[in-house]
Design a binder for this molecule. Structure first.
Ligand SMILES: [Mn+2]
Length: 319
């Protein structure tokens, strides 16, 4: 039987959730051999979050990603505040009776939420997954002990986070998913398919720190960084707070590959607590996220619009 697992792509929590779900399904649900196929999902600016044709397994699951009312979605676990694309989708989820769809917007990581839920409800043994659950919670919940820990990236889990956020190779993504649920993270980070590209990624990361040092501007507690003209496709979101510990919020314009992105974050180690709900702010512009961090996607080339949205957000966050 064929299991399709859709998961948040290029994301440590998404990959860990996918791996744990597949292992749970094999150990606690399936009655015979399972052929698992994974599909990384990306937040898009338009159209259905889950294209109907992606639900092509005998059993389909979606983890750490948006809900769909499509009847072919059999299992679902998420914690994103903006998970429902419409009120009808949310009503559909609330009315669900099959007991295989779970949502907790207060969960720090989908990984631990999923693992604990299936442990409690279906007897899945999570004793060998403690290191992974611990780090997924820190990474997805931004519970780093300091901006230095999140930017200097000494711990294996943080190096894996850096690798997975940059990786676009589907085969390697699947290998990573299999490895993180079965090996100590120190062993995964030492594997050549991770260790070799990581050298370049860390070098690029250090260049990003320098670019942000050069371009970021802090005013009234908000750091604005326009990286749209830089050859930067992804950036560690804690660099701004490492450089500007006194910042409360950060708004960044980025031009990653096929889209424009405005990302909005709040300092996890703030001088003054966060007072804005960033998911709600991003939703005004068609984006989404969590109360503490969110993003808006725009079609490629919409630099002017992206900068305008960023300027509006900066003004709101300064007040
Ligand atoms: Mn997540």
């Amino acid at each position: 039987m064929r299991l399709r697992v859709l998961h948040h792509g290029s994301c440590f929590d998404g990959a860990s959730s996918a791996g744990i779900f597949a292992r749970f399904f094999r150990e606690c649900v399936a009655r015979g051999p399972v052929d698992v196929a994974f599909t990384p999902m990306d937040h898009k600016e338009a159209g259905p979050a889950i294209p109907p044709e992606s639900l092509d397994g005998d059993v389909n699951a979606c983890v750490d990603f948006r809900y769909t009312s499509d009847a072919r979605l059999h299992w679902w676990f998420d914690h994103h505040v903006s998970t429902f694309q419409s009120a009808a989708d949310e009503a559909h989820f609330r009315a669900d009776q099959n007991g295989q769809k779970f949502y907790d917007p207060s969960a720090k990581s989908c990984t631990r939420f999923l693992a604990r839920t299936v442990a409690e409800k279906f007897g899945f043994d999570i004793s060998s997954l403690q290191e992974l659950l611990h780090w997924a919670e820190i990474i997805d919940g931004a519970l780093f002990e300091s901006a230095a820990q999140a930017v200097e990236l000494h711990e294996p889990a943080l190096r894996l986070m850096t690798w997975v956020e940059a990786n676009r190779d589907r085969a390697l993504s699947e290998r990573f998913i299999a490895d993180v649920i079965s090996k100590p993270l120190e062993e995964v980070v030492a594997s050549p398919y991770v260790a070799e590209p990581l050298v370049g990624l860390l070098e690029r990361h250090h260049k990003n720190v320098e670019a942000i040092r050069r371009l970021a501007r802090l005013e009234q507690g908000v750091v604005f960084t326009d990286l749209s003209l830089e050859p930067i496709t992804s950036v560690n979101k804690f660099i701004v707070y490492y450089l500007y510990p006194e910042a409360r919020y950060a708004v960044t314009v980025l031009s990653p590959g096929k889209r424009m992105k405005v990302s909005v974050g709040s300092n996890p180690w703030p001088p003054m607590p966060r007072t804005h709900d960033i998911a709600k702010l991003c939703e005004r512009y068609g984006g989404g996220g969590h109360p503490a961090v969110g993003a808006i996607s725009l079609p490629k080339g919409e630099v002017v619009r992206a900068r305008q949205i960023a300027a509006e957000l900066v003004a709101i966050l300064r007040s």
